[in-house]
Design a protein around this ligand. Structure first.
Ligand code: FPP
Length: 257
């Protein structure tokens, strides 16, 4: 794991910045379908372009000193899409793992998955596991793919496991709940970006996002490049985070939860 003290300096400092770069950036990669439609292409072409974009965004995130990058590729609700689109996304995932894992490994990325691997073929689940195993020791950036992930499903699973473990009610606290989440060994996201102009959080990291800064970009995911990531990170760095406390000048009026 990359520790706080090993953080690399941001490569694109902005005037007036008073925050370090976000340690953990999470992204809702939205707008693939519209990107394809605007070009008269099938939706799956948008998912292919969106997958290509993952490489350049991961590279830029690492350059900016981001230590954890979490990308939402498939929600628990996405199974409701037409079968050929779901099959296409599963095929793209399988091809992307085959094609990209070695290079990600070479670049020092540690791959992780959050969500359930149920519904994936045994071969695809095995290749996800072997990519995770291969890259386990890398510490340049932790790249977490949220696939078949939903925030409510994650909480239901955590509660089931807490009950299954026979935890006494008085022993349930925030730290314990966190240990039962998929994200137990990664920090909460500092910055969450949603692309494509949609202004919803859509069941993404609902526990972990409690104090995240959100940036909503109107750019469709396949077009969301390094410059747009820089803009989002720069926006984050200019915000003041208070975590329920007072602002640095003691302004109570502006101090939100
Ligand atoms: C949202 O766009 C995107 C998805 C539901 C899937 C995202 C999938 C990828 C980036 C490719 C698969 C990922 C991997 C790692 C193989 P949308 O389809 O909802 O777009 P729309 O809102 O314009 O219809």
């Amino acid at each position: 794991m990359v520790t706080e003290t090993e953080r690399r300096p941001t490569q694109a400092p902005v005037a007036g910045v008073h925050r370090p770069p976000p340690r953990h950036v999470a992204i809702i990669m939205d707008g693939n379908g519209r990107w394809a439609k605007r070009r008269g292409l099938p939706r799956i072409a948008g998912h292919e372009a969106g997958t290509e974009n993952i490489r350049r965004i991961t590279t830029r995130a690492a350059e900016r000193g981001v230590q954890y990058l979490t990308l939402w590729a498939f929600s628990t609700e996405n199974w409701r899409r037409p079968r050929d689109e779901v099959d296409g996304i599963l095929r793209i995932l399988a091809e992307a793992i085959d094609r990209e894992t070695e290079e990600l490994h070479r670049q020092g990325a540690c791959l992780r998955h959050i969500g359930s691997l149920e519904g994936l073929s045994p071969a695809l689940a095995a290749s996800v596991h072997s990519a995770i195993e291969l890259t386990r020791g890398n510490d340049r950036i932790v790249l977490t793919l949220a696939f078949n992930y939903g925030g409510r499903a994650e909480l239901v699973r955590a509660i089931q496991n807490i009950v299954r473990d026979g935890v006494a009610p008085e022993d349930v606290n925030e730290a314990l709940v966190e240990r039962y989440l998929y994200t137990s060994d990664i920090p909460d996201p500092d910055l969450i970006v949603r692309t494509s102009g949609e202004l919803r959080t859509s069941n993404f990291l609902i526990w972990q996002a409690a104090y995240a800064e959100w940036v909503f970009s109107s750019v469709l995911w396949p077009d969301f490049g390094p410059d747009e990531l820089d803009d989002a990170i720069n926006t984050y760095q200019l915000r003041e985070r208070r975590f329920g406390a007072l602002s640095s000048d003691g302004d109570t009026a502006a101090a939100e939860a």
